[in-house]
Design a protein around this ligand. Sequence first.
Ligand SMILES: Nc1nc2c(ncn2[C@@H]2O[C@H](COP(=O)(O)OP(=O)(O)OP(=O)(O)O)[C@@H](O)[C@H]2O)c(=O)[nH]1
Ligand SMILES: [Mg+2]
Length: 445
Amino acid sequence: MARSDAIAAVATPAGRGGVAVIRLSGPDLRPLLGGLLKLEVLPRRATLAKFRDASGATIDHGLALFFPAPQSYTGEDVVELQAHGGPVVVQMLLTRCLELGARIAEPGEFTKRAFLNDKLDLAQAEGVADLINATTTEAARCAVRSLEGEFSERIDALVLALTNLRVLVEATLDFPEEEIDFIEKLRLKPKLADLRVAIKQIIDASRQGSLLRDGIHVVLAGQPNVGKSSLLNKLAGAERAIVTNIPGTTRDAIRETVSIKGIPLHLVDTAGLREAQDPVEKIGIARSHEAISKADIVLWIADATRPQTREIDTALIGRLAAGATTFLVINKIDLVEIDPIGETASGVTIKVSAQSGQGLETLQDEILRAAGWGNGEGVFLARARHLHALHLGAGHVDAAIASMAQLELCAEELRLAQIALASITGEVTADDLLGKIFSQFCIGK
Ligand SMILES: Nc1nc2c(ncn2[C@@H]2O[C@H](COP(=O)(O)OP(=O)(O)OP(=O)(O)O)[C@@H](O)[C@H]2O)c(=O)[nH]1
Ligand SMILES: [Mg+2]
C-alpha cells in the first residue's frame, strides 16, 4: 500500500440537515482520533462521543466510527464522524480535523485510494460515481451492477480469453515448421471469431447503457399550428408550452425532459417552420433549425386535417440539416374519419392525437427502438471511455483475424487488443486518466 497523508471531507451535501458526516482516511488515524475524542473508539462500533477542540471544549456530541486498515472503504484507516448537520458545527469540526494533521480531500480521493489499494477496479469506481449521479431508477440499478463488479467480470473474462489466445499464438511462433497444422488444431480462427462476438455483445449492452445515462434528444418540428406544443405538453404531462389556435404561437424553443422506461427523453418544442415576416418569429425559426441539427430524432408533426399541406412537409423535411432519424407524426387523428397517409425517408409514420393521447405509446416505443434500446436487460451503464476501449479492442481482434497468415502480426494485434480492454478495469491505466476520472466525483466520496 502506498503511504499517503490523512484526508478529510464533509461527505454529506452542503446546507442544514439532521446529521452531517465527516469522513477521514489515512495510513494511521489513531493519533488524530486521540486528539479529537477523550475516549477510546472500538473498531467498527458506533461510539457516542464528544468532539473536542484544541482547548478541550466540546464542539458537538455525535457518533464516531473507526474502520482500521485494511478492512475499510479505502483500505487505509477510515473514520466517520456523524455530527449535527449545521454548516457552522460541521465547519468547526472539519477545521479541528485539519488542525490535527488532515488535509481537505480532493473530489473522488477516497474512491481513488480504494482503487489504488485494490478495493475496487476502475469500472467499479466509476459505478460509484454513476450511482450517485443516477437520475432514474433504471440508471441506478445499472450503476449498482457495475459497482458490484458485473461489468468488470465480463471485461475480465474477455481479457482472460485474449491472454489464452496470446499464449497459443506466441507458443506457435516458436515452432514455425509445424505452423499450419498447429493452427488448424488449435482452432485459433473460430476462437478469435467467438471473442469478436463476445466483444460485440458487450458493446451492444454498453451502448444501451449510454442511452440511460445521456438520454435521447428529440425535437418536435413542423409547420405552424400542427400541434407540436400540444404534443410536448401531453408527453410531459404538464402545460409547459402555450397552445393556441393561432399559427406562430411558439417563438422560443421550449425544453422539457421526460422519462420513458427510465430513459431520459430531452424534448424540444420549436417554432413552426414557415416563411415568416415577423422578426421575432424569424429568430424562433432559426432556433428551430439549430435544435433540429443537434437532434437524435426529429418528430416531424403534420396535421391530419390538412392533407393538402403534406407536399410542403415533404419538401421541408428534405431540406432539414438533420443527421437524425426523422419520423412523420400525423397529429389530430381524432378529427378525421379516413386514415391519413404519409411516408418519410426513414419509413416511419405514426398517427397520434395530442388531445386524446391516442398513438402516443407507439410513438414512445418507436423512439426507443430507433435509438437502439432493447429490453433493458443486462445493460451496462458504460461510459464513452469504455465504449472507446471496446471498439479499439474489437478493431485489433479484427486485425488479428485478418493477419493470421503472419503470426507475428497476429500476436501483436492481440497484445494491443488486450491492452485496450484491460484499460477499462484499470489494469493498465495512465496517471492522467486516473486524475480525470476521479476529479469528476463528489467531495467526500
Ligand atoms: N382536436 C385536436 N386538436 C389539436 C390536437 N393537437 C393540437 N390541437 C389544436 O391545434 C391548435 C394548435 O396547437 P399547438 O400545439 O399550439 O400547435 P403548434 O404546432 O405548437 O403551433 P405553433 O407553435 O404555432 O407552431 C390548438 O388549437 C390545439 O388545441 C389534436 O391532437 N387534436
Ligand atoms: Mg407551438
